[in-house]
Design a protein. Structure first.
Length: 353
């Protein structure tokens, strides 16, 4: 079990537990919210459950926490079936979108609360609460109340409260969505650092693909109560197995193409396929904006708009038949609206539907 080093706030790192969903089904009034979800989180792994509203990601988290009973399948921790174990016996730490701090308690007392419920001695729980607050960078605010803290600080307190009980698994249910953009980025990086230091198995629910790709070891993309694809951020981005994943992860241009002989003809070029076994015929091809380049020769297009995005520029062009394409490129290239340009496609494997 993860422990905090006395007097330092520094964590020791022990292996987390294995979390396994085995064909988990959850129904509400006859409608399936989970339709047979199966995946395994390895000890110490950080997995993001990503998908649109209503896809079942929060339901999966609540089933793991024991806040919802499953209708079929099993949930296992280190091989032990906990499907019927009450929530208060599963030893999970959970952080919600809402901070849910007690307004009449100080920051330190809020963090101590779970330890008090476990009847931990007063001196020990105060020490552990201080160490947990130090870990999230709030040791100096132990005596403040919730209304005296910013949103980001309150969420850090909620994280410390979840970790102070030394849970077997950390569950994060869209914990950053109520924060402004800059604080959200800072706190997501902090969560990832703490999780890595502690080595605690973590499941993180979000609808924000950037968050998921930035922090997770693997991402499970969910659709209609099941996992469409699970893999590393790089795998999902470069080799999406379905049109849904290709469109949900990153930006894509959808273009008509023709598959023949294990490759696809699109915009006058022949490209390899993510799935070379795709049957011959007409398809829709997903082209990432960064895989379309300005070139000396190639497909002629007219610049429609261009946007400066800091480290890159994104330009919309129109090809002869009226098709609009998004091109992502260096800020040093500054094509003016109305300018005629030439396009080439990078020869990277593309997904199709």
């Amino acid at each position: 079990m993860t422990q905090l080093l006395a007097g330092t706030g520094a964590p020791t790192t022990n292996a987390g537990v294995t979390v396994q969903f085995d064909s988990v089904v959850k129904e509400y009034s006859g409608q399936r919210a989970l339709t047979g979800v199966s995946f395994t989180a390895q000890p110490g792994e950080f997995i993001a459950l990503l998908g649109p509203s209503g896809c079942g990601k929060t339901t999966a988290l609540r089933c793991l926490a024991g806040l919802e009973e499953i209708d079929d399948g099993r949930i296992l921790l280190d091989g032990d079936d906990v499907s019927t174990v009450p929530a208060n016996k599963r030893d999970m730490g959970m952080v919600f979108q809402s901070y849910s701090l007690f307004p009449h308690l100080t920051t330190g007392q809020n963090v101590e609360f779970g330890l008090r419920m476990r009847k931990v001695a007063a001196d020990d729980r105060r020490r552990r609460a201080r160490e947990a607050l130090e870990m999230v960078g709030l040791g100096h605010l132990e005596g403040r109340y919730a209304h005296q803290l910013s949103g980001g600080q309150q969420q850090r307190v909620a994280l410390a409260r979840a970790l102070v009980t030394e849970p077997r698994v950390l569950l994060l249910d869209e914990p950053l969505s109520a924060l402004d953009a800059k604080v959200r980025v800072q706190l997501r990086d902090e969560i990832r650092r703490i999780q890595s230091d502690l080595g605690i198995t973590t499941l993180f629910v979000t609808h924000d693909q950037e968050e998921a790709l930035a922090v997770a070891d693997r991402v499970a993309v969910m659709k209609a109560g099941n996992i469409e694809q699970i893999g590393t951020p790089e795998e999902l981005y470069v080799q999406p197995r379905s049109a849904f994943v290709a469109e949900f992860i990153g930006l894509s241009n959808r273009v008509d193409g023709i598959v023949s002989g294990g490759a696809v003809e699109v915009l006058g070029q022949r490209l390899p396929l993510v799935d070379p076994t795709t049957a011959d015929g007409a398809v829709r091809v997903f082209l990432r904006p960064e895989n379309i380049e300005f070139a000396a020769d190639g497909l002629e297009a007219t610049v429609v708009t261009t946007s400066f995005l800091g480290s890159l520029r994104r330009t919309t062009v129109r090809v002869g038949d009226g098709l609009l394409l998004s091109v992502q490129h260096s800020v040093s290239d500054q094509p003016a609206p109305g300018a005629v340009v030439r396009l080439a496609l990078r020869p990277v494997p593309v997904p199709v539907e």
